[in-house]
Design a protein around this ligand. Sequence first.
Ligand code: PMP
Length: 294
Amino acid sequence: MLNRGEPMKVYLNGKFVDKEDAKISIYDHGLLYGDGVFEGIRAYDGVIFKLKEHVDRLYDSAKSILLEMPLSKEEMEKVVVETVRINNLRDAYIRLVVTRGIGDLGLDPRKCSNPTVFCIAEPMNPLLGESGIRAITSSIRRLPVDVLNPAVKSLNYLNSILAKIQANYAGVDEAFLLDSEGYVVEGTGDNIFVVKNGIIKTPPVASSVLRGITRDTVIDIAKELGYIVVEERITLHELYVADEVFITGTAAELVPVIEIDGRVINGGKIGEITRRLKEEFNRVKRILGTKVYD
Ligand code: PMP
């Protein structure tokens, strides 16, 4: 374990190395083509939130793009646990990445024989937007499922980045993307929920969304609290006239949205149902997961 003042260590291809010494090849297809998969994970008070679910999703993403994983799921979980442990962290943001590996300048994945695996754990960054964020809807459409299914958490995030750039130019915190039919699907790095007349609604997993682990957790919480949750398409009109809107994601956790394209939601304040779900999420996030320390 690290002592105070020692450089942070990251996992890279079977070894723990100082952060500054972690280098990958410029011929890595993760870099050249975005050919790879990843997970963003959090640890709360020494518990890695839903680690197994994150590793399962990583392996599903890899299977979908025919990327053969060099480690078993158990070994991959150990990599994450050890990366947190070696850096003496209790609260952390973790990035787990597997790329196709080193190839030549052609894009043929058969030229890449060894996937690159790395894992970074950093101290938890403070959360943004606790009291609510402002958002726009982006003119950039979310990738259709028959083009590059957003269910695959690949290293190619340009679709989200282009929408984020629009949010930046509009001077707001987040952009929501619509699908090619004009239904609201998700944020740049988060899932969306609307509440109307007490009913909670989020787009279905078969639409152009990443099936968020926070999304699924919040759906479970909401049902346990007795709310009706429906997974159905959401129109722009429904978004504008919602009683409450919130987003979920590993980085964001659960954040209220108080303005969308100039329409103020719930008088600009966090809604009652959002508040209850957030409270409950804050309770379970320290419990549901894998312990780092005995
Ligand atoms: N959608 C997108 C596009 C994302 O990048 C993320 C973050 N991984 C999410 C949704 C939320 O997923 P999760 O709750 O598993 O972090």
